[in-house]
Design a protein around this ligand. Structure first.
Ligand code: MEV
Length: 399
């Protein structure tokens, strides 16, 4: 069937939310819950895109709009699309639903559109004639203006020579980079790459202020923020074999708290009192300690670090009474618990070997729970038929 389906997991932050926006270390885990995006071409009589059967409204879907500007411009002749979004990540709850959506949508669009290469043989980003990659910066990808932008590089001969479409052209770095760019736009210019990279790569993702020699390095990201430039070095980390299974039990308060608002709140607190930067640095120190414990498989120490991290987040003003209630309820049966994501509502997470008991305690205290193991798969293209969906003159000529 003509169309592309891509899916990506949500994420749960173990350490370092908010502080990571200021360059401090942080760790996030891909969870079992996912979002799936299916795109299909609408008939030529359609006047606009449709999302879940409704007319596309760019205010309601700023992430999709930002991707459309970069990858599927109507002005260039791209056909109108119908998009179906399904999945089990609760929206606006700190579990990365918007990053998972962006990353999955960017993968679906790239797979549907295909990619031009500058060389016959190469597949590396440096051989691409179009696309986004951390190997190809600077490329204007983080521009916050809603302007049309797509990268088209000329090969040595002055033209793109080979066209490929389908799953083969999926690139996790590209989808994570686009996901970060659209998150940054939605968060007023302040966003770490943590959510987008975890949703793209899956597993466990570590962001650090330096390249960590003992970890698997992915790439570095740079972003100009209103108060200065930031750099993050991203890695994948592996857990040692555990003597006992551990689970993440996520408790949802049901309160929607937009990330942009929470991030702006912290920025204002720091602006008003620059001394509070020390709290951000302390979160970074706790995260570093927690990461070491995680790598040793010492879950009691991981849990203690999570609970200390929560105290700092409370101090920063991003927790709320409903989160505190769920965190207290989880404490007796877990190694540690804290809010996860931007706070102010949304979710908390407990690390536990007793998922059933912890989940029941959270539910009794009024939360809705999800249970997830560690190490879940990242972005995948699940179905791709009858490509390309956007047959430009250029790419059909090469078929
Ligand atoms: C949101 O999931 C995590 C924050 O740290 C924001 C960000 O990293 O961009 C609050």
């Amino acid at each position: 069937m003509e169309g592309v389906t891509a899916s990506a997991p949500g994420k749960c932050i173990l350490f370092g939310e908010h502080a990571v926006v200021y360059g401090q270390p942080a760790v996030a885990v891909a969870i079992e819950q996912r979002i799936s995006v299916r795109i299909e071409v609408l008939g030529s009589d359609s006047e606009s895109w449709r999302i879940d059967g409704m007319q596309f409204n760019s205010n309601r879907h700023p992430h999709v709009q930002a991707l459309r500007n970069r990858m599927w411009q109507p002005k260039q002749g791209a056909p109108n699309l119908s998009i179906q979004i399904t999945g089990d990540i609760p929206p606006a709850s700190g579990l990365g639903s918007s990053a998972a959506l962006s990353v999955a949508a960017s993968a679906a669009l790239r797979t549907a559109r295909g990619r031009w290469f500058n060389t016959q043989e190469g597949q590396q980003p440096t051989d691409w004639a179009e696309g986004y990659s951390s190997q190809l910066e600077p490329n204007g990808i983080y521009s916050l203006e809603d302007k049309e932008f797509d990268l088209f590089r000329k090969g040595p001969s002055g033209k793109a020579v080979r066209y490929v479409n389908g799953k083969e052209v999926l690139d996790l770095d590209e989808s994570a980079l686009l996901g970060h760019a659209v998150e940054a736009a939605a968060q007023g210019g302040r966003a770490s790459p943590m959510d987008a990279s975890t949703c793209a790569h899956g597993g466990i993702v570590l962001l650090s202020d330096k390249v960590e020699p003992d970890e698997e390095y992915l790439y570095s990201r740079h972003l100009k923020m209103p108060d200065g430039d930031r750099v993050w070095h991203l890695h994948c980390i592996e857990l040692p074999p555990a003597h006992q299974e551990v689970f993440l039990v996520i408790g949802n308060t049901g309160i929607h708290a937009p990330t942009a608002h929470q991030v702006a709140k912290v920025a204002l607190a720091l602006e008003e009192n620059p001394e509070r930067k020390k709290e951000i640095e302390t979160i970074g120190l706790i995260a570093r300690r927690g990461i070491q414990s995680l790598k040793k498989g010492d879950y009691e120490a991981v849990g203690r670090a999570m609970s200390e991290n929560q105290i700092m987040l409370q101090g920063l003003g991003v927790s709320c009474p409903e989160l505190e209630t769920l965190i207290r309820a989880a404490a007796p049966t877990s190694y540690g618990a804290k809010l996860t994501g931007a706070g102010g509502g949304g979710c908390m997470v407990a690390l536990t070997s007793n998922p059933k008991q912890t989940s029941e305690a959270i539910e009794l205290a009024g939360g809705r729970t999800l249970i997830s193991r560690f190490g879940n798969v990242g972005l995948t293209v699940d179905d791709a038929g009858n490509l390309p969906l956007w047959a430009t003159e250029q790419n059909t000529a090469s078929q």
